[in-house]
Design a protein around this ligand. Structure first.
Ligand code: MEV
Length: 431
């Protein structure tokens, strides 16, 4: 596939100037001048808007926003906004999306957008009997929970199911945990679920005679999984001086390391989350909830392991799959308040939460492959260092053309340190 090019300059996206990239995106995604400006960080989140979002506000905090290229998700071209401070991530995702594209891109799907609300019920004379009493009132509780959110109910959402477990701890003795499964449609759902759980509490106390303590969403959203898979044609893995079969087999061995060892899995999954968090953040979603859910899901067997799985098909092509909870929304919360989040969704052409989840999980898989491929071949430091060198050059005070020139010199000298960058700048000034 050809890299996206600017109509007038025929440059690749990464070769365009900032202004050319903005014009290219505006034309491609049909962005208005206001939306394009918002994505450019101008005027950005005002302190007044921020003041309505959290407490004790003094301003807003910026991160670079880049657009990953080449993503084909369920046959649709997607421009992917990524908010991240780490070099190489956006380039890595774009490159791997290009390799995946040669195999048909990413195929992704999700289940129903069902979140879990938890309720802890203490001080029961007989937990087993209390459990039965709740189950006898299952329908009534489901209906009461659904009635809590008129808008969601109108959109076809609401409580779907209810289950009760008996847990035990030396501190409390037996207690009940009720799970309410709640279809939150296009919302992330925390507010809807927490409201429903608080609303049900007095009813549950009346039914059981117990005392309700916690009423809160679970971030282990394993009823709201997103899945993506891709096939990388073997030939795409050729990377001088490595032959493609060798690269594939070493990628598989690198994945096996993560599958077998929690110490490696934690870093392997960080690579996945580099992609996931950047899009979750750019679209104004709760990345802490997504992070916590991901790692809890990775440990669901009782042993923390890789979220992804890599293998090879009958033709020797590399195959990858990723499955994880993806509680993201496109309505409510910061997705609505933050202008940049709205513009990001428009850029992606996303109109439903499940479409966003499918793109995010595809980016996670691409990012994982970028890290594995680099680690299984030349290592990550070479690519990383040239970008890092630009940051160091800028931090040392280089401006304009100096940034690139200074960064190149730091890499050539194999000494990417701010002290050396400042020294070189001084030498240039004297000369
Ligand atoms: C760095 O942010 C992410 C990696 O460490 C991921 C990995 O090791 O797979 C490169």
């Amino acid at each position: 596939m050809n890299e996206p090019r600017h109509e007038s300059t025929h440059k690749k996206f990464y070769q365009m100037s900032l202004e050319e990239r903005r014009r290219y995106l505006a034309a491609k995604a049909g962005l208005s001048p206001e939306e394009t400006a918002i994505l450019s960080g101008m005027p950005g989140l005002s302190p007044e808007q921020a003041d309505h979002m959290v407490e004790n506000v003094v301003g807003a905090f910026d991160l670079p926003l880049g657009i990953a290229q080449n993503f084909l998700v369920n046959g649709r071209e997607v421009l992917v906004p990524m908010a991240i401070e780490e070099p190489s991530v956006i380039a890595g995702a774009s490159f791997m999306a290009r390799l995946a594209r040669a195999g048909g891109g990413f195929l992704a799907h999700t289940g129903a957008p069902e979140m879990i609300g938890q309720m802890q019920i203490l001080d029961l004379p007989d937990a087993a009997v209390g459990r039965m009493k709740i189950l006898e009132h299952r329908q009534e509780l489901i209906e009461a929970a659904t009635k809590c959110d008129y808008t969601l109910e109108k959109l076809g959402g609401g409580a779907r199911d209810l289950m009760v477990r008996i847990l035990n701890h030396p501190l409390t003795g037996d207690f009940l945990v009720m799970h309410l499964i709640y279809d939150v449609r296009d919302a992330m759902g925390a507010n809807a679920v927490n409201t429903a759980m608080e609303h049900l509490a007095p009813l549950v106390e009346k039914i059981t005679g117990g005392r309700v303590l916690l009423r809160i969403l679970s971030n282990l959203a394993d009823h709201r999984l997103a899945r993506a898979r891709c096939t990388i044609p073997l030939a795409e893995l050729a990377s001088d001086p490595y032959n493609p079969g060798h690269v594939r087999d070493d990628i598989l061995a690198a994945w096996a390391f993560a599958a077998a060892d929690p110490y490696r899995a934690a870093t392997h999954n960080t690579g996945i989350m580099n992609g996931i968090d950047a899009v979750v953040l750019a679209t104004g979603n709760d990345w802490r909830a997504v992070e916590a859910g991901a790692h809890a899901y990775a440990a669901r067997s009782g042993r923390y392991t890789s979220l992804s799985a890599w293998g090879k098909d009958e033709n020797g092509n590399l195959t990858g799959v990723l499955e994880m909870p993806m509680p993201v929304g496109i309505v409510g919360g910061a997705t609505r308040v933050q202008p940049a989040a709205r513009a990001a969704l428009k850029l992606m052409g996303v109109t439903r939460a499940h479409e966003l989840a499918e793109i995010i999980v595809s980016v996670g898989l691409a990012q994982n492959l970028a890290a594995l491929r680099a680690l299984a071949t030349e290592g990550i430091q070479r690519g990383h260092m040239s970008l890092h060198a630009r940051q160091v050059a800028a931090a040392a005070g280089a401006v304009g053309d100096q940034v690139e020139k200074l960064a190149n010199q730091l890499v050539r000298e194999n000494n990417v340190r701010i002290e050396r960058a400042e020294e070189i700048l001084q030498e240039w000034k004297k000369a």
